[in-house]
Unconditional design. Structure first.
Length: 182
């Protein structure tokens, strides 16, 4: 089977962050396939809440959604030794690497040769660091670096999530980020 040149796998961290990137990718001529791979989330319940929000966003955009299995112990193993790192530190880099490696594996399985992530839309995330990680783990898949924050992307994605009435979390996802809320 030939690869579909227009397909791109978008790793989606949550429904809020993926709303505008999905539309922008469609506007750019891509056919986005959304991959919800977030074993970093601290509980299965949180995973399910965010997945439900992601389903609503994907139905709104009429795009395919593939949900990864929730394997929190695999995530914990990937950040072992970095649990006490500050937010946006080495633990976060390991987390992003873990999730993007899973996305690369899924892209290969689906015969999709391009990958991006909605993580970069957050003003709390470092675009350059995520791009570096995306390129380093790509393993033959083209990592498409798009700064979704540009042109009011974060505002647009937040407005869409409010319009759709989807769940809006107040922490990145893992138990370590949750402990930084105080």
């Amino acid at each position: 089977m030939a690869q579909n040149e227009n397909k791109i796998l978008i790793h989606a961290c949550c429904g809020i962050c993926s709303g505008y990137p999905i539309q922008l990718l469609k506007d750019m001529g891509y056919t986005p396939v959304v991959y919800f791979s977030n074993s970093n989330l601290d509980t299965k319940e949180e995973y399910e809440r965010r997945l439900e929000a992601q389903k609503i966003v994907c139905m709104y955009h009429w795009v395919e959604l593939i949900a990864d299995d929730y394997k929190h112990n695999d995530f914990l193993a990937s950040v072992k030794g970095f649990e006490n790192e500050p937010e946006r530190g080495k633990r976060c880099e390991k987390c992003i690497e873990f999730r993007l490696k899973r996305a690369v594996e899924k892209a290969k399985e689906l015969n999709i040769d391009k990958l991006t992530t909605s993580l970069v839309i957050s003003p709390h995330k470092n675009y350059e660091m995520i791009t570096r990680i995306g390129n380093s783990v790509s393993d033959g898949i083209e990592y498409v670096a798009i700064d979704f924050k540009k042109k009011d992307g974060f505002l647009k994605t937040n407005n869409l999530s409010k319009e759709l009435g989807i769940y809006r979390q107040n922490y990145c996802g893992c138990e370590f980020s949750k402990s930084h809320l105080n």
